[in-house]
Write a protein that binds this ligand. Structure first.
Ligand code: SF4
Length: 76
């Protein structure tokens, strides 16, 4: 079973280019301000979530292990 993730989007950084929405549409969507939000924390496999975080042009996506708080992205 895959581990639970806590994924957040920093709206001070998100420029709404939809890269994450396109990569993981089951997890991210645009809000009314055309910024990304996580609407289903389990809506994509971990590898896809981390890919979306890596591809975000403004590093707005943070991914943690929900159980331990270990930061998976950005890498320390
Ligand atoms: S890839 Fe980054 S900047 Fe683009 S919509 Fe997603 S969080 Fe926002």
């Amino acid at each position: 079973m895959s581990r639970a993730l806590r994924t957040t989007v920093d709206h001070g950084r998100c420029v709404g280019n939809a890269q994450c929405v396109n990569l993981a549409p089951g997890m991210f969507r645009h809000n009314e301000n055309v910024q990304s939000e996580v609407y289903d924390p389990a809506g994509a496999p971990e590898a896809v979530v981390l890919k979306a975080a890596r591809f975000c042009p403004t590093s707005a996506i943070r991914v943690e292990d929900a159980a331990t708080g270990e930061v998976l992205f950005p890498q320390p």
